[in-house]
Design a protein around this ligand. Structure first.
Ligand code: FES
Length: 193
């Protein structure tokens, strides 16, 4: 199992980090959205860019964000360790964020979590338990990289993970027969012309 936590004790050392030209241009665009003296408001965006470039957030990347935004590094660490969207250790190619908050728990997230833990090898898959992802009506939910997979059970989760392993792009969203959060099988109300 490869559990990602905010605990940095066994994080590999990374000597240096610098934004490449593409990510630096995006960072500057974000910074320019805020008035002079308020550049710190871009911190989440810059941390996200650093993570997308490097794959995860080593301390040197957080330090570089602090430098660009003229912030004390500790303030950047506080933010990066608070939000589960930031990974402070290397993650797998597909990072599974399993919601285990009450609605997902009532709808079977324990079994989903166990299956994700069993699949996580640290390279193809890594797994992390997270709080509500804001898609409770489609519980249980797993976020995989930038996509939500919803209305999961063990069989549909296995289909999704197997497809990812084969290098395919399984369709995100509900894994049952419904559109977004509409009733399964189609509309049940307001059907007359
Ligand atoms: S409780 Fe899982 S998405 Fe809200």
């Amino acid at each position: 199992m490869s559990m990602i936590t905010a605990d940095p004790k066994d994080v590999p050392q990374v000597e240096k980090f610098a934004f490449d030209a593409e990510h630096l241009a995006k960072a500057n665009e974000l910074i320019a959205n805020y008035p002079q003296g308020r550049q710190a408001s871009a911190v989440i965006g810059l941390l996200d860019l650093a993570q997308r470039q490097h794959g995860w957030l080593p301390r040197v990347a957080m330090n570089e964000v602090a430098r660009l935004l003229d912030m004390a590094p500790i303030r950047v660490y506080e933010i990066a360790t608070f939000y589960t969207m930031f990974q402070l250790r290397p993650k797998g190619k597909h990072h599974l964020q399993v919601c285990t908050t009450t609605p997902c728990w009532l709808r079977g997230s324990e079994a989903i979590m166990k299956a994700c833990e069993a699949a996580a090898d640290g390279e193809t898959f890594s797994v992390q338990e997270v709080e509500c992802l804001g898609a409770c009506v489609n519980a249980p939910v797993v976020q995989i990289n930038d996509d939500f997979f919803e209305d999961l059970d063990e069989a549909s989760l296995k289909r999704v993970l197997d497809a990812l392993k084969r290098g395919e792009n399984p369709k995100p969203g509900p894994q049952v027969d419904r559109v977004n959060s509409a009733p399964e099988g189609g509309p049940t109300t307001l059907r007359s012309e």
